[in-house]
Design a protein around this ligand. Sequence first.
Ligand SMILES: [Zn+2]
Length: 494
Amino acid sequence: MARRVLVASIKHETNTFSRVPADVAAFEARYCYRGEAIPRQMRGTKVEMAAFFDAAERHGWHLTYPIATSATPSGKVTRAAYDTFAAEIFRALDDEAPFDAILLALHGAMVLEDEEDGEGLLLQQVRDKVGAALPIGVSLDLHANVTDRMAALADVMISYRTYPHIDQYEIAAQVAELIRRTMAREIRPRVVVARRAMLDGADHGRTTAPGPMTETLALADRLLAEQPGLLAASINGGFPWADIHDVGPTAVVVADGEAPAEAAAETLIDEIWRQRHLSTIETVEVATAIEVVREAAGDDGPVVIADFADNPGGGGYGDATGLLGGMIEAGLEDAAFATICDPEAAAACHAAGVGASLSLALGGKIEARYGAPIQLTGTVQGIADGSFQMEGPMAKGTAIDMGPTAVLRVGGIDIVVNSNRHQVLDRGYFRHVGIEPETKAVLAVKSAHHFRAAFAPMAARVVVVDEGGGLTSRNYKTLPYEKARRPVFPLDLD
Ligand SMILES: [Zn+2]
């Protein structure tokens, strides 16, 4: 008889310092697929749910798929949103019982307004329904903050091994395969997690250059090859902008029966701790970035400046004004900045029309702590509806909707003002409002790392700015941690 498997996905990366909640509307704004819409939207792509569907087809499983949803990283998930989506999984578990296994594609850094460990709660509630024996497999982002409860409640748990994340499908396929073997009683997996007193580590998971992450992954592969019974090993860089007790990097090992998972996890986390000071990313202050622009005069190709500290892809508001203010003050010429998220200012530009001159307060409106609004006068150079298709290479073809968008020219800087928060990881964010990024001397983008795929190939130089002006700063001492366990590196320990 066909195995009966439930697959579902609820994903959020929660920046607890953000005041913007992830409510039902925020999930619907990113994506929220139910029932047949899930295979229709996700089969044939390179995401986790596609891998679960392909595994089911390969092995003849009878699949139940109630929900697949995600919201852009932001503040805490509302209890109403969590309960809405979790209840759809619970209802399917009740209505379609019995099941032989459950596969979940989660992020691993979800925080609810009244619960630090969102994924742990979900797994607990699922276990309460199905009992301790039913195999549960989980895929995670490598920016997960894995708790002991999460590890104890899952039979298989594996994280991405790439950042930028390009192996979501492959990791989910591996989870499905280990759960298939579990159902067949070939293995009896268990999950072990190890952590140290650290907020951030493993080079934040970066695999674009040799460094702590790639070296620790190589060590994991050696352990897997040498020790029979070890089934999978994950290195999680953690998500440091979640102020919870168990924030930080982890090593997660899946082992068959009594195989030495604890020793392997300890070896891996020791390596992460040993390399804690090593980073492949150098960040500078705004003034240094301006100096680099001056030095680069005459270079072939733009200087690309990344606003690391206010990355909407990590929960930043996308309206912090520190870098933009510095660029205006320096009087940079032939520059473009994408984006400042300010729906009010975008609407004012739309109302004024192309060619109009107007004075307004731009950005810094959600929380002035990260840069107050800038009072400025500019000319509206262009307006657009904010929708376009990504040029790639990352997420090529994906539809983007930034809401009403405008270009405001202030001095020599074209500022793209948008209405929905987005990380600027594609040239389309400039091009769809009439800016040809290749022709500019300076391009500034709200992004930490993903921007490199599209912008590094044409850049004369890349500069990453972080002087603490945002919710995704690596200057952690500028953020008001209260719940993270202390002492912890790098807040208290060196
Ligand atoms: Zn991630």
